[in-house]
Ligand binder design. Sequence first.
Ligand code: ATP
Ligand code: FE2
Length: 328
Amino acid sequence: MVILGIECTAHTLGIGIVNSEGKVLADSKAVYTPKEGGIHPREAAENHQKAAITVLQAAINEANITLDQLRGVAFSQGPGLPPALRVGAVIARSLAKSLNIPLLGINHCVAHIEQARFFCQAKIPLVIYLSGGNTQITTLAAHRYRIFGETLDIALGNMLDMFARAANLAHPGGPKVEQLAKQAENGYHPLPYTVKGMDLAFSGLLTAAKQLLKKGTALEDVCYSLQETAFSMIAEVTERALAHTQREEIILTGGVAANSRLKEMLQIVANEQSAHFASVPVKYAGDNGAMIAYNGLLLLNSGNKTSLNESGIQSKWRLDQVDIHWES
Ligand code: ATP
Ligand code: FE2
């Protein structure tokens, strides 16, 4: 049995294929990069539309299958940018209809988490989900991902991207900030640290980091201080959530999970609490079609599918609104 998954919430059009064991047979993508500034939703959608056939063909070739072998078509139904979501949904509906196979509407956030849980071989972990649009500390309880802590303003990845833009670094900013932080020479400059209970806030930190840069502080040192502050905030909330939930495993997922310094800090938290820490493989940290395909497999195996009537995009679909049917 093979399932195809289409990721289309923001920058990335990803098409992945998994088999019945969840093994990734193909993971093909086209990433839209704005010429300047942030993402332009319509422009992104137009790019995805143009790239669709090429990306689909590449996935089919990579998996070495024919379309008639597919047993389900999954797509990112939300949350995300409506024009982009619509492109993915249209491709998925047409494929499912023409092949006469189930359509599977998937929540993008759940897909990041379930893919990480699969690769980390975790049971019921505390999940640290950090990306361009999300900063959530969550765990599964009674068939839902319950959110224990989250950002009160902007997401961690978004904050790194916005700082990078202010420093004239190309998008995405996270990897560049990480590289520059490694070259810091003068140590740590204090920056605002905002943790409120289990929640976090990053906009004050962003403003202060930009001011530090304007004052002439070396970019490398600002990047270092920014990372140390933001990641310490994540580490503190992780520690508190771990104590609260009594989980024995921590997993990290989302685009920011590619960051080595962050992983190092979470590993320390885990060690101190005798918990096990694992991160999604860097290759799958960012948006990818394989995670949608894998979540489609879980949904289908639990006896569920999405009817045409229910297949409208849900641009504001929250993680904790999704029923996790496949968790017995
Ligand atoms: P969401 O999952 O919330 O919809 P998204 O789909 O925009 O967000 P992802 O692809 O999951 O995003 O993550 C992209 C984010 O990850 C960007 O903000 C990017 O800067 C960040 N990122 C990527 N690599 C690194 C890194 N090495 N260090 C820190 N951040 C990183
Ligand atoms: Fe994402």
